[in-house]
Design a protein around this ligand. Structure first.
Ligand code: SAM
Length: 285
């Protein structure tokens, strides 16, 4: 007997809610998983959906639902997720790109009214490559370098660049922050790990158990990467170049202070769509 998507949808949402997942998120997650199984748009999945699943597709959905019940994020189960206008493949070494990080992309683009400029961009802690690739997609003459300490992240970023047709403008290297980089750039962007070490285990299991530690752990107060980078990035910026740091809640002021101490000027912060100060932007004097 074939299963109906609407019946599976209703039952699965209840199961995820019972596993502690917020009801609205549960519905959204089941919609994405079922849509992928059926190869249809998520908008076609709802409690009355009459679409039929073959036994093979139903078994696949059941396996995915089990993983989600164990709190694995839906993005990791699917192995890809949308960021900006791009679909990015993910692996165990890449953070799932967050909509909050689009604040940084918007800020860089707002500073580049001439989209045809041949800018040189550096992305420190590139992960899936989401920030750099979103920027290159909007700045057709720009080129960029993405750095990450995790070789698996660099492999994913390189793969994403190739798949999205930007392999000729995006270079990726495994390195410890600025180690071995001699070049200078028009803009440096970074979303470094910024969770205080002791707080990681208290985060939602989707984050604490499934996101790579290297992508989360910002040291005792969450500011260690900014403290390392702020005094060093000026040497890698062209005259008039800018730095854009994504920050965690409550970190905008201390990060702005670190940049001021490193002689940056025009330091500004920007809020994300949730109203949290999410970005610190500064110019090389
Ligand atoms: C918060 S994640 C951001 C990933 C991606 N840019 C994004 O916005 O989704 C931080 C990234 O920094 C990388 N990272 C951590 N320590 C690093 C280091 N010392 N040098 C280079 N990259 C590092 C992690 O592997 C991770 O990919």
């Amino acid at each position: 007997m074939t299963a109906r998507a609407g019946d599976l949808f209703r039952r699965a949402v209840g199961q995820l809610a019972a596993a502690g997942i917020d009801l609205r998120d549960a519905a959204q997650d089941v919609r994405h998983l079922l849509a992928e199984c059926l190869e249809v748009s998520p908008s076609r999945i709802h409690g009355d959906a009459a679409l039929a699943l073959s036994p093979e597709r139903e078994a696949r959905f059941a396996a995915w639902l089990e993983r989600r019940r164990a709190r694995e994020p839906v993005q990791r189960i699917l192995g890809n997720w949308e960021f900006w206008t791009l679909e990015l493949d993910l692996n165990a070494d890449t953070l799932v790109p967050r909509p909050d990080s689009e604040t940084l992309v918007r800020a860089v683009l707002a500073d580049c009214p001439d989209r045809a400029r041949p800018l040189r961009l550096l992305d420190l802690g590139t992960g899936s490559g989401c920030l750099l690739l979103a920027l290159l997609a909007e700045l057709p003459e720009a080129k960029g370098l993405g750095i990450d300490k995790a070789p698996g992240a660099i492999a994913a970023a390189r793969h994403n660049a190739q798949r999205l047709g930007m392999g000729n403008r995006a270079e990726f290297r495994t390195a410890d922050w600025l180690e071995g980089i001699a070049d200078r750039f028009d803009a440096i962007v970074s979303n470094p790990p910024y969770i205080p070490t002791a707080e990681i285990d208290d985060l939602a299991p989707e984050v604490s158990r499934f996101e790579p530690r290297l992508a989360l752990d910002g040291g005792p107060d969450g500011l260690a990467p900014y403290r390392h980078l702020a005094p060093r990035i000026g040497d890698h910026l062209l005259p008039g170049g800018r730095v854009y740091f994504e920050v965690g809640q409550g970190q905008a002021r201390p990060v702005a202070d670190l940049l001021r101490d490193a002689f940056f000027v025009n330091i500004q912060t920007e809020r994300d769509l949730g109203g949290i100060e999410r970005l610190v932007r500064a110019e090389k004097d």
